[in-house]
Design a binder for this molecule. Structure first.
Ligand SMILES: O=C(O)[C@H](O)[C@@H](O)[C@H](O)[C@H](O)COP(=O)(O)O
Length: 246
């Protein structure tokens, strides 16, 4: 686990953009494609200026959602809708809508999750019955005050999902209730999982996970072959000591 301590939310963004650029450059050089998973919540706003900062061959990007709300894209709760507003509406947007893998809510939530998993397997050229697990180049993860990440919530049965790579949830404690979410088998097979966190509201849960090692869904993110990176501003890391190895 790597922890980067920075002073404020602006520096979290700078560090985050640096990671994105280096992951994308490496992936495109090695395999001609960059696969990235995006979270919702405050992350779309955090990533708003990406095209001003990150230099990359954006045509080679394929973008997925670590979790997505099961709502129409024009619904205020839609994560794709949030990125449409934050990115696709910009004059200097270097991405096309077609590069985003979107959920299909014409299907019921269970079939929607299966369809999304199929979309992921297709990008990684893996058949439906392949036992190989796709390895995303970078997953950008959020952290809720209850320690959830993606739509993996404390005490939920999805925490022990061991076969589905994308699962449906219809009882999310964080509204809206219906979502699809990546699960640990997929998340923990990524090359890099990154939590870019800023603000006082993250401090207590960051302490519980990193210092106290209490068991929370976000604390179970630990890529077997990849890197786990926390980028924390002074407020989010106020209970941590930069000299301590966690
Ligand atoms: O769509 C979602 O709800 C998110 O993916 C969710 O997991 C989010 O990342 C956390 O709730 C943190 O949200 P904030 O960044 O707004 O604190």
């Amino acid at each position: 686990m790597k922890i980067f301590y920075v002073s404020d939310s602006g520096c979290v963004k700078d560090e985050l953009f640096g990671w994105i650029e280096s992951c994308a450059t490496k992936a495109i050089k090695e395999r001609g494609i960059f696969t990235i998973g995006l979270s919702g919540g405050s992350m779309p706003n955090q990533l708003e200026e990406i095209f001003d900062v990150v230099r990359s061959d954006y045509d080679k990007w394929k973008l997925f959602f670590c979790d997505e709300r099961y709502v129409p894209e024009n619904d205020g709760d839609s994560t794709f809708g949030a990125y449409k507003k934050a990115w696709l509406s910009r004059d200097n947007c270097a991405l096309k809508e077609s590069q985003f893998a979107r959920i299909n809510i014409k299907l019921d939530v269970n079939e929607c999750a299966k369809d999304y998993e199929k979309q992921i397997r297709n990008v990684f050229k893996l058949s439906e019955n392949s036992t190989e697990i796709p390895a995303f180049d970078l997953l950008l993860l959020g952290l809720g005050p209850d320690g959830h990440t993606c739509s993996l919530f404390p005490g939920h049965k999805l925490l022990s999902e061991s076969t589905k790579l994308v699962a449906p949830i219809s009882d999310s404690p964080k509204p809206p209730p219906k979502r699809v979410t990546m699960t640990y088998p997929l998340i923990n097979n990524a090359q890099c999982c990154l939590f870019p966190l800023a603000g006082e509201s993250k401090a207590d849960i960051v302490k519980k996970i990193i210092t106290d090692k209490e068991d929370f869904p976000a604390g179970r993110i630990n890529p077997e072959k990849g890197e786990l990176v926390w980028i924390l501003d002074a407020q989010a890391s106020k209970h941590l000591s930069p000299d301590t190895e966690y």
